[in-house]
Design a protein around this ligand. Sequence first.
Ligand code: B1M
Length: 228
Amino acid sequence: MSDDINLKDMDNEEILELMQEDLYDGYAEEIEEEVNELLSRDMTPYELLTTGLVAGMDVVGKDFRDGILFVPEVLMAAKAMKAGMAILRPLLAETGAPKVGTVVIGTVKGDIHDIGKNLVSMMLEGAGFEVINIGINNSVEQFMAAINEHKPEILGMSALLTTTMPYMRVVIDHLKEVGIRKDIIVLVGGAPLNAAFAEDIEADAYCRDAAVAVETAKKLMAIRRGEL
Ligand code: B1M
């Protein structure tokens, strides 16, 4: 963002547009300023997240796919997105809702994509879940260590690569082997997945996005408690 731009003179739509440009250019500081400005107005953290950051990242993703952007540029954009998310995180989590369950969530082995998974974590926290986010590149052993330590009702797995999504089956098969598959709700997500894949690996549900992840987690918890 150039020095002669004054956010105060701009309306919400203009700032959102500028945000998408700054995300594309990887300008973390500018993103922080824009997020703070919009939050000081009438925009909710969720609205800002979806119409600003997530929408902007979609454009980055398309241009990465089409060979217009390359890895270093995408990394810069991801860093800018994370700067914005760092501000939104506590606000999304700040609902005062009672804890509705515990979730262990991680990206599977071989995969280092974490933006979507972190977004899902934030949204689940916002919905009142306690979330243990175990990061990226998780082996069966790492998932099991977190499950044994935190005894979650839900396991969330994320994969963004067609080469890493099969690892979800490895984790689910292990849960069956050690006899705890029925004790835990398994939710999976990530851009290359779909409902048929989730069914095939015997996950409980595929979650298209963070909002669906929250809805599904709440619904399956309610079913487990016999409320539905
Ligand atoms: Co990567 N990358 N990347 N990348 N990258 C994709 C995924 C790709 C689709 C780009 C493309 O070609 N169009 C492509 C995968 C192709 C394929 O396998 N079919 C790809 C590739 C090929 C690669 C590398 C192999 C590139 C290379 O090195 N040649 C490499 C792999 C590294 C590895 O993991 N071993 C790589 C690296 C990277 C970066 C490091 C540069 C960076 C990641 C930075 C980071 O995460 N810290 C990166 C990025 C940023 C992307 C794109 C552009 C954006 C991903 C993203 O953050 N999206 C992506 C293209 C795209 O998806 N459009 C791409 C925004 C995020 C909010 O959405 O992650 O889908 P998403 O999450 C959503 C839902 O999917 C769902 O909810 C989220 C929020 O709504 N969800 C869940 C996700 N996880 C969930 C878990 C749940 C529930 C819902 O559990 C309950």
